[in-house]
Design a protein around this ligand. Structure first.
Ligand code: IPM
Ligand code: MG
Length: 366
C-alpha cells in the first residue's frame, strides 16, 4: 500500500479549522484508494511562538525534512502583530520555510467554474466560461529576500529603510522552466510580467525569459507585459492569460487580484515547488491556500475549506504522483461548490453552509 508521508503545519486562526477538513477529505480518499496516510502535525507561526517561543521551531523544520511534502495552513494575525516585524509569523516562519527548502516555484491556479461566474466582480457576460488561468510566481528571490534589508537612522536624524530587489539569471531561468512545463500542459501560451521600463531586474528578467524560451521551448507563444498593465488586463479580460510568470512581489499582488477576480480567496490553492526531490524521487513541495488566516471569521465555522482541500490535491499530484486521485478531488470540489453548497464566495461575505458542511459535500461527491 503506497504511503503518503507528509508534515501538517496548520498554523493560526482559520488554519487549523480548514486543515481538519482537508485531512478528513484525505482520509476518505485514502480509504477509497488504498493509500496509507502517514502525517505528522507540527506547530508553525503564532502556534510556534506560543508553544516553542519561535515561529519556525527547529523541531518543525526537522519534521518537514523527514517528510515527502508539507501541507501548510496559514500563519499570522493580530495576536502577534505587536512583535518586532522580523519575529512575526509571516516573516519568521513562512518565508524561512520557503527559503530553507528552496521552494522557488509557486503555482497558483486561478479557477472560476462557469456555474459560479456571478461570484466574480467581473460582469458574468465577460466570463461566460468562467476563468481558468495559472499564475507562476517566483518565490525565493526579489524584494522579499534581497540584501541589504535594513532600517537606519541617518546622521541628519531622518530614518531610512532599504529593501533590495535582486535577481540572478539562473533564478529567472529556473522559474521560466516551471512556467514552460505548465504552459506545455495547457494552451502553450505564456505571458511574462515585469517592469522592464523602470527596473534593472526586469530588464534582465525579460531578456532571460526571451532567450530561454527561444532556445528551450520555441513552440511556446511568449508575450511580455508590464505589471501595471497586467493588473489592469486581469480585471478587463482575465482569460487572455493562460499562464503568466512573474517575480516574487508582483506575483504576490497579482495572485490576490486573480483570486478576487475568480470569486474568492477561499478557493485559491497553491503549490510551492523547489529543486529538491523527496524520497519518492518526486518534487518536494509545500502546499498552502493563499488566502491567509482570516482572523475575522476564525472560530465561527464558516471559513471556506476548499482552498486547503485543493492544496491537498496539488500535493497528491506533484509530490506523490497521484494525478488521477488529485483530479478526482478537484472534480468533487467543483461538484460540491456548484451544486448549491456554496461557500465559494465567502470573501465577499455571502452566506455559507459552513466549513464542515462544505467538506461533507466534497466527501459526498467523491
Ligand atoms: C502569500 C502571502 C505571503 C507572501 C505572506 C503571508 C508573507 O501573502 O503567500 O501570498 O507575501 O508571500
Ligand atoms: Mg499574498
Amino acid at each position: 500500500m503506497p504511503t503518503l508521508k507528509f508534515a501538517v503545519l496548520a498554523g493560526d486562526y482559520i488554519g487549523p479549522e480548514v486543515m481538519t477538513e482537508a485531512l478528513r477529505v484525505l482520509d476518505h480518499v485514502a480509504r477509497q484508494e488504498n493509500l496509507k496516510l502517514d502525517y505528522k502535525l507540527a506547530d508553525v507561526g503564532g502556534a510556534g511562538i506560543d508553544n516553542h517561543g519561535k515561529a519556525l521551531p527547529d523541531s518543525t523544520v526537522k519534521t518537514c525534512e523527514q517528510s515527502d511534502a508539507i501541507l501548510f495552513g496559514s500563519v499570522g494575525g493580530p495576536k502577534w502583530e505587536k512583535l518586532p516585524p522580523k519575529e512575526q509569523p509571516e516573516r519568521a516562519a513562512l518565508l524561512p520555510l520557503r527559503k530553507h527548502f528552496t521552494l522557488f516555484a509557486n503555482i497558483r491556479p486561478g479557477l472560476l467554474y462557469r456555474e459560479l461566474a456571478d461570484a466574480s466582480p467581473i460582469k458574468s457576460e465577460r466570463i461566460p466560461d468562467g476563468i481558468d488561468i495559472v499564475c507562476i510566481r517566483e518565490l525565493t528571490g526579489g524584494l522579499y529576500f534581497g540584501q541589504p534589508k535594513t532600517t537606519t537612522t541617518l546622521p541628519d536624524g531622518d530614518v531610512q529603510s532599504v529593501d533590495t530587489m535582486v535577481y540572478r539569471k539562473s533564478e529567472i531561468e529556473r522559474i521560466v522552466a516551471t512556467a514552460i512545463t505548465t504552459a506545455r500542459a495547457r494552451k502553450k501560451k505564456l505571458c511574462s510580467v515585469d517592469k522592464a521600463n523602470v527596473l534593472e531586474t526586469s530588464v534582465l528578467w525579460r531578456k532571460t525569459v526571451t532567450d530561454y524560451v527561444a532556445k528551450n521551448a520555441p513552440e511556446i507563444e511568449l508575450s511580455h507585459m508590464y505589471v501595471d498593465n497586467a493588473a489592469m488586463q486581469l480585471v478587463r479580460n482575465p482569460n487572455q492569460f493562460d499562464v503568466f510568470v512573474t517575480e516574487n512581489m508582483f506575483g504576490d499582488i497579482l495572485s490576490d487580484e486573480m483570486a478576487c477576480v475568480c470569486g474568492s480567496l477561499g478557493m485559491l490553492s497553491s503549490a510551492s515547488l523547489g529543486a529538491g526531490k523527496n524520497s519518492l524521487g518526486l518534487p518536494f513541495g509545500l502546499y498552502e491556500p493563499a488566502g491567509g488566516t482570516a482572523p475575522d471569521i476564525a472560530g465561527k465555522g464558516i471559513a471556506n475549506p476548499c482552498a486547503q482541500i485543493l492544496s491537498a490535491a496539488l500535493m497528491l499530484r506533484f509530490s506523490f504522483g497521484l494525478d488521477k486521485v488529485a483530479t478526482r478531488i478537484e472534480a468533487a470540489v467543483k461538484k460540491a461548490v456548484t451544486s448549491g453548497t456554496r461557500t465559494g464566495d465567502i470573501a465577499f461575505g455571502r452566506p455559507s453552509v459552513g466549513t464542515k458542511a462544505m467538506a461533507d459535500a466534497v466527501i459526498a461527491a467523491l
